[in-house]
Design a protein around this ligand. Structure first.
Ligand SMILES: *Cc1c(COP(=O)(O)O)cnc(C)c1O
Length: 381
């Protein structure tokens, strides 16, 4: 989290009934739309990304209706589980953990849906477990070509403000994100963006639970309705500061920064792994996230490296998530590097330097010199 965000949160409790807070919250809305690339609506919630999954579905899919979920890792499966918990029928296309969503498989499922029962397609833009990135615009194209009315709903929790995303231009009807990833604010808030088509679907729902209903949150008649209760005051000041930073840098520059840093990371890992067990989970760079990178490093080695780097070098590496490897049921050979939001070259080179040091100390097989490759990649621009 940037210091500017933390400092903005460090303040006495504001007046929640009137005054500065109200105008400040109004000012967040156009900036959130800018980040999502939409002129549509946004509802803000006090919850995490799991809450945003439930909020988005609650507004447009009733119990007993059907969603299509082309899943590419733990988070796609997680959204499907939330749908199941709401009594929604789930038509799952499991892509495993190393492939992006295949639009042709989605096309086949839509074509097979003769009665057009599928009410929404739930697509995770970047699945944070596998670090695969899927093509959201390609799914819109398939829906249009098949003349299928289902909503296209995109989970952008990991990708928003890291990887290029244009809600309107790419034809997502609903997009969700959380506060704690690309938006650089502590966990505890989430955002559901929706267009007029999704708004009309909401209007035709038999009922929507009061707390998740996006109607008044997106078009409040009074301040209280933004949050269906007391506002998350300090998160909101943090978010204001984060959006100021995002506005100052600009979305194009933010996407470019993430792409460059991800490229440096891949160069290091590919070098370390040229003849050893070290391997990026996603083979094709075109399908790799610019916000998080999952990799394999040999059974047991990731656990050892993560322990060493957090205890000896002050870097917390992500656990291997959602890996189904029968030879390694606890995913002890997999880890992830998060590089979303407030990240720059010195953080990336520092993290890679720590990893290369850990590889040496722990005698984990690798080709030395990955950090130099990352520096080369950054120098090349
Ligand atoms: C983190 C994440 C979630 C869940 O968010 P929480 O805040 O942990 O509940 C959902 N989807 C994706 C793609 C994520 O990266």
């Amino acid at each position: 989290m940037p210091d500017a965000v933390l400092q903005a949160m460090h303040r006495p409790a504001p007046d929640i009934y009137s005054g500065d807070l109200h105008g400040m919250v109004d000012s967040l809305v156009p900036d959130l739309r800018y980040v999502a690339g939409t002129t549509g609506h946004v509802a803000m919630y006090i919850c995490n990304g799991h809450g945003a999954w439930e909020a988005s579905l609650s507004n447009v899919v009733a119990p007993g209706e059907t969603v299509l979920v082309p899943a590419c890792g733990r988070f796609g499966l997680g959204w499907a589980e939330v749908a199941g918990g709401l009594g929604i029928e789930v038509d799952l296309i499991d892509h495993g953990r190393q492939r992006p969503i295949d639009p042709e498989l989605v096309r086949a499922a839509l074509r097979a849906d003769k009665g057009q029962k599928i009410k929404a397609v739930l697509a995770v833009h970047t699945d944070t477990s596998s670090s695969v990135r899927s093509d959201i615009a390609a799914l819109r194209k398939v829906l249009d070509e098949e003349g299928h009315p289902a909503l296209l709903m995109a989970d952008c929790v990991a990708s928003m403000a890291c990887d290029e995303f244009h809600m309107d231009d790419w034809g997502a009807d609903v997009a969700i994100t959380g506060s704690q990833k690309g938006l650089m604010v502590p966990p505890g808030m989430a955002f559901v963006f929706f267009n007029d088509k999704a708004k009309a679907v909401r209007a035709a729902m038999p009922r929507v639970t009061n707390y998740w209903d996006w109607t008044r949150r997106a078009e409040p008649e009074m301040f209280y309705q933004y949050f269906g209760g007391t506002a998350p005051t300090h998160h909101l000041y943090g978010l204001r500061a984060a959006l100021d930073m995002i506005r100052a840098e600009g979305m194009e520059a933010i996407w470019t920064r993430h792409a460059r840093l991800a490229g440096a990371l891949w160069a290091a890992v590919e070098h370390w792994g040229q003849d050893g067990p070290f391997k990026l989970n996603i083979a094709d760079p075109a399908h790799r996230s610019h916000a998080v990178t999952a990799m394999a490093i040999g059974k047991g080695n990731a656990d050892r490296l993560r322990k060493w780097s957090s205890e000896q070098a002050g870097v917390t590496l992500g656990v291997g998530l959602g890996v189904t490897d029968p030879d390694d049921p606890t995913a002890s050979g997999y880890f992830r590097i998060g590089h979303m939001g407030h990240v720059n070259a010195h953080m990336m080179l520092g993290t890679l330097g720590v990893i290369e040091t850990g590889l040496k100390v722990l005698n984990i097989p690798h080709t030395p010199g990955g950090v130099a490759q990352a520096a080369e990649a950054l120098a090349a621009g």
